[in-house]
Ligand binder design. Structure first.
Ligand SMILES: Nc1ncnc2c1ncn2[C@@H]1O[C@H](COP(=O)(O)OP(=O)(O)OP(=O)(O)O)[C@@H](O)[C@H]1O
Ligand SMILES: [Mg+2]
Length: 257
């Protein structure tokens, strides 16, 4: 850890409508370090997904630039894989192993179908889906689908996983188990992770730093909070509530009464 992998320099993003222009990202300057887990936290509509899309290369800033290894990001590439909240990101007509092998096939990786199968099985084992290789997505629970999506993203050894609320639609217990799984994957692969989340607890348990974004219409990063709690982390452990309070106070959450 310690070296910049991705840099966002003065990134601004506008969406032009017929009557007015919406400013979604405002003066974002962010350095993402090799090997870290960076959480991006903020209220709905503050621009989290938009920010992730600029890093993925799906979209381009209106001004400023996003760089990886010193080169401006121009298009999506396999070194940056994105994982979504939606459970329907797998091909429904392919089995789990066929879904996992697919990125190796389209990117012409692995010398034979047997090698590709071996690589896919290794990653399915890592995400604890061994035994479900031949299941179809409709036969899996939401949590299992997200595990398969992780295996499919990891199989081509990306440098960065861009995760847009990957556990947001899971029940609370499954979410905890997938968070632990993500930490195991991170330790074993060394992949850099940018994790968008609404969930303060998730950000604290998982990340090395938490970038807190502003409310609707402000579009900037309010502050980046370093999170150096010792791992493994637990809710309520020493230091937890201090980090929680720092994040909470930046989020402008207040009741109407
Ligand atoms: N393609 C687009 N065209 C016009 N406006 C857009 C477009 N994409 C996003 N927006 C607007 O930009 C703002 C930020 O959207 P974004 O999806 O990035 O927010 P978010 O923080 O990911 O929200 P959520 O937490 O609900 O997912 C919103 O006001 C949204 O309506
Ligand atoms: Mg979003």
């Amino acid at each position: 850890m310690g070296n910049d992998l991705i840099q966002l320099k003065s990134v601004e993003k506008y969406y032009r409508g017929s009557s007015k222009t919406l400013k979604v990202l405002e003066n974002i300057n962010l350095h993402i370090q090799q090997g870290e887990i960076l959480a991006i936290l903020g209220p709905s509509g503050c621009g989290k997904t938009t920010l992730l899309r600029q890093i993925a290369g799906f979209d381009h800033p209106s001004s400023g630039g996003v760089f990886m290894d010193g080169q401006e990001i121009a298009k999506p590439e396999v070194k940056r894989m994105m994982i979504f909240q939606d459970f329907n990101q797998l091909f429904p007509w392919k089995t789990v192993i066929q879904n996992t092998i697919y990125p190796l096939q389209v990117n012409r990786l692995g010398d034979s179908e047997a090698t590709r199968r071996e690589i896919a099985l290794k990653y399915l084992n890592l995400v604890e889906l061994s035994g479900f290789e031949d299941s179809y997505p409709h036969q899996l629970s939401g949590g299992m689908k997200q595990k398969a999506a992780m295996a499919r993203a990891l199989v081509i050894k990306p440098k960065v996983l861009l995760m847009d609320e990957p556990f947001g639609s899971l029940d609370a217990l499954t979410r905890l188990s997938l968070q632990n799984l993500l930490l195991k994957v991170w330790r074993e692969t060394g992949v850099t992770i940018v994790l968008v989340t609404h969930d303060i607890q998730e950000a604290i348990i998982l990340s090395d730093r938490i970038a807190v974004m502003g409310g609707r219409g402000s579009g900037g990063i309010k502050r980046i909070i370093p999170n150096q709690l010792p791992r493994p982390r637990a809710v309520g452990a020493e230091g937890y509530s201090e980090v929680y309070d720092q994040v909470y106070s930046l989020l402008d959450i207040h009741s109407e009464h």
